[in-house]
Design a protein around this ligand. Structure first.
Ligand code: UD1
Ligand code: UDP
Length: 360
């Protein structure tokens, strides 16, 4: 049996093709949701839109300090795995849920498969970097999206059990874009016109929990919107919303919305002139959708996007954000998508199926 452990928005989206593939092959599998994300707009909406079955197990861990949150997950995941005895635990990405899933499984002697293995930004001040390094070193199956990721692992001595599959985000985009085009009326709802607006997201701990950096991000976005004379939409992560209020920051000139469902967000991205973000998944989607991107961080674990000129790093200085935005507005958008052919889930599940223990 394959146990899929997930808990946050990007994991639900990026694991959805894996769940679908398990269903298609009629493979014995279960989904365990840690409850790291729990607000409707960060969690339930994706199960509904992506037509995913309810998780078989829900831990309802909720928010908390890193140790507290990860510790609760560890306890809960261990209980489920001890009872269910899966052959493989699959985790995706770099969240606390991933670390807890990989650690609980490996201590029980259950094989761990890490989807999106081998990403590195080489900044250990980011909680995500710690999580992804540890998850990789706990895994027996490492599903890398690209050769760059494979090389990162090789540098750390991990060469066995590494399989290049592409990133399941390509599968997710392809599986949902047509549906999104048919179903979403987000442009109409927000009063936007194709190619005449900008989209931004920001939620990284190091950006939004630091008043100076968050102020830089907001001022940068205001500046870009002003200079390019385009509406800028910021679907706002709950962490960011909370901090904007707490720090008393003014967001005049920016169109703040609730976090959007996947179908609306895909349409918003696909039709925008430029995307500004600190999100990992959004950097990838911008690249896949051929929309130029500016990343409001000092480093990225998605250097493939920079290499094809789909993305530029800007940090959080407003002047630099606006300079990079102007540059990216001029870029030719016919780059090659480095993240695969949309069949990553097929490869991942096929490999897991071939590695399951035979009965008896
Ligand atoms: C987490 C991941 C991050 C990932 C992001 C995806 C870690 C360390 N961080 O960050 O890598 O990019 O998810 O979005 O695992 N909140 C709500 N409702 C929710 C979830 C969170 O209101 O459903 C608020 C709470 O105030 C909470 C805060 O957001 O304290 C942060 O949530 P948390 O899960 O700790 O981290 P994220 O910033 O979401
Ligand atoms: N996303 C969404 N609605 C939004 C913002 C983002 O559906 O309002 C999706 C986006 O399309 C991408 C994923 O959420 O697939 C990225 O998640 P997030 O930025 O929260 O986390 P990260 O990828 O940085 O870990």
């Amino acid at each position: 049996m394959i146990a899929i452990v997930l808990g946050t928005r990007p994991e639900i989206i990026k694991m959805s093709p894996v769940v679908r593939e398990c269903q298609k092959r009629k493979l014995d599998h279960l989904v365990l949701h840690t409850g790291q994300h729990y607000s409707y707009a960060m969690d339930r909406v994706f199960f509904e839109e992506l037509e995913l079955p309810d998780p078989a197990f829900k831990l309802d861990v909720g928010s908390g300090a890193h140790g507290e949150q990860t510790g609760k997950m560890l306890t809960g995941i261990e209980k489920v795995l001890t009872k269910q005895r899966p052959d493989i635990v699959l985790v995706q990405g770099d969240t606390n849920t991933v670390l807890a899933g990989a650690l609980a499984a490996s201590k029980l002697g259950v094989r761990v498969g890490h989807v999106e293995a081998g990403l590195r930004c080489y900044d250990r001040s980011m909680p995500e970097e710690i999580n992804r390094v540890l998850a990789d070193h706990l895994s027996q199956l490492l599903f890398v999206p690209t050769n760059v990721a494979r090389q990162h692992l090789a540098k750390e001595g991990i060469t066995k059990g590494v399989y290049k599959t592409g990133n399941t985000i390509v599968d997710a985009v392809r599986q949902n874009l047509d549906l999104a085009e048919r179903k979403s009326n987000v442009l109409h709802r927000l009063g936007l016109e194709d190619d005449d607006y900008l989209v931004a997201t920001a939620h990284r701990q190091e950006n939004v929990d630091d008043p100076k950096r968050l102020k830089g991000v907001i001022e940068g976005l205001q500046r870009v919107s002003d200079e390019l004379k385009m509406t800028l939409v910021l679907p706002t992560h709950p962490r960011t919303r909370k901090r904007i209020e707490e720090f008393g920051l003014r967001s005049d000139g920016i169109l703040l919305t609730e976090p959007l469902g996947y179908l609306d967000f895909l349409i918003l991205e696909a039709n925008s002139r430029l995307i500004l973000t600190d999100s990992g998944g959004v950097q990838e989607e911008a690249c896949i959708l051929h929309v130029p991107c500016v990343t409001m961080r000092e480093s990225t674990e998605r250097p493939e996007t920079i290499a094809v000129k789909a993305n530029l790093l800007a940090g959080t200085n407003p002047k630099v954000i606006s300079e990079m935005a102007r540059r990216q507005m001029r870029v030719r958008t016919r780059w090659r998508n480095p993240f695969g052919d949309g069949r990553a889930a097929e490869r991942i599940v096929a490999r897991c199926a071939s590695k399951r223990k035979r009965p008896g």
